[in-house]
Design a protein around this ligand. Sequence first.
Ligand code: FES
Length: 651
Amino acid sequence: AEDPLVIFTPSGKRGRVPAGTPVLAAARRLGVDLDSVCGGRGICSKCQVSPGRGDFPKFGVTVAPGALSAWNEVEARYDRIRGLKEGRRLGCQAQILSDVVIDVPPESQVHRQVVRKSASAREIVMDPATKLYFVTVPEPDMHEPSGDLERLAAALKEAWGIERLTAPLPVLSRLQPVLRKGKWEVTVALHKGHRDEAHRLIDLWPGFHEGRLYGLAIDLGSTTIAAHLTDLRNGTVKASAGVMNPQIRFGEDLMSRVSYAMMNEGGAAEMTAAVRDAISRLAAEIATEVGIEARDIVEAVFVCNPVMHHLLLGIDPVELGQAPFALATSESLSLDAAELGLTGLSDAARVFVLPCIAGHVGADAAAVALSEEPGKSEDLVLVVDVGTNAEILLGDRDGVLACSSPTGPAFEGAQISSGQRAAPGAIERVEIDPQTKEPRFRVIGCELWSDEAGFAEQAGTVTGICGSGIIEAVAEMRMAGLLDAKGLIGSAEQTGTDRCEAEGRTHAYLIHDGTEAGGPRITVTQGDIRAIQLAKSALYAGARLLMDERGVDAVGRVVLAGAFGAHISPKHAMVLGMIPDVPLDKVTSAGNAAGTGARIALCSVAARARIEAEVRRIHKVETAIEPRFQEHFVAANAIPHATAPFANLRA
Ligand code: FES
């Protein structure tokens, strides 16, 4: 008779296997994603499947009773001790006897994880560098003497096809007691990066260990450090937390930190120690938050700008402060967490740092490229990550260009008279009535607009205006005719509103007088407008420079990345001329794309290899030495622009 036919759902993969083949083995043979941690020992239950019954006209198959073997001792014992869900079988134990349709439930296909991306959710294939393996190790034998590590390596080769094993000392020192405690059964966490030849023993537990295997995706910014604690078995984010970057006390922005390193003996080392300490503490806090030990964290992936990158690694960043802005290395790095002085994590925890694109365009931009994949885009996409520096990528399947542009901190509310960081009490949205010239606004932490009943009670004190608030305010002022194309605020007579107050020889527009909800008077001054004009001109000029380089006048779509990008309204960005003119529905927000890129790299070794290759292909454009940058910058000073038509704004 013919071999039995097996059809797996939902994949639809099918094939014939010899009668008596275990379901797990059939899945392996047909390339069906069915999990297994214990290697088919009936211990982990990761291989659970739901066999179908009766007619499957769709497949032309009838599943007879007894298509799978009856429960064996292993499966029965598993059910007795741990309980198997109704209708479920252990794929490693149940054998295929006749034609059968087998459903693989989502929990058993943990190699898939949905990572949120800008426009759509995207599936990434779970392929973390660190995985768990269960194995039985032969006991030592007087007649054939060999070390425990060598016998473990041989057992791993036999059961899992692992070719080479190395063991760092802190883990090797625990090997003998763990093997004996587990009666020669052991679960090991092995790490293999995309460039490694050997698997590295990261951790081990006696017997079968259900696995606590966590990684951190860390977005190391100059202002904040954000970490996402991720379960490496399935990619879910267990918790996210952030702290201020303690290097702020050495300098608010990147260049002031580079100068601190230049001017002070040992200054770079001080900043390195501060950031490493903060990361170690953040790891401990986030672990406590979800009730695990920081020791269960076996891996961390970092994305950061070049200055943060060097300071994290303990490399003096002085070269990044002066032309030609040479990086110590632009390659990705795979290191021991201990080498980085990170404490509290698993003894042999590993660190992966994404590659940098150029001296001004860091691993954070590489992470954005990994998340947004401009190099795979059909239409020409401009990806802008706005922070104190804007990192800009322009590309499609024909190639990707990158630059960074010195926007300064105005977009984050710094250098603005009433500016502040995004925090409760900060004005984040502004509307100005074009007829009455009266403003209304919303503050962070309150759902009401300022002209709605109950606002004052709910909002509490209005403390200042944050980055998105100032952008909306300036754009609304322009649309309401309070501001001319050059960026000059009109007088009360010119604009017809007393809110335009004289301030020295210029004017300021009053947004909040402080009487109703308390707090300071909040105005937009001529100086604020200038600061925003400088920032937006730098951003626009960077984008234009890349467009020149590519030989185009327009882009197909724009993606705004970064925490800030998530809060800017595309319309207001366009009114200001921050970004090139495109139809408004072609402007989307990607949220924290750098953080998403870090998570992807944490969950997938293949993605690490991919971004490394991609970064080598990206063409870097240096804004600082490009004379056209200056021309574009000057032309972009007007609102929205001196010459570009911005036809989509009129529409
Ligand atoms: Fe572990 Fe089946 S593979 S129980």
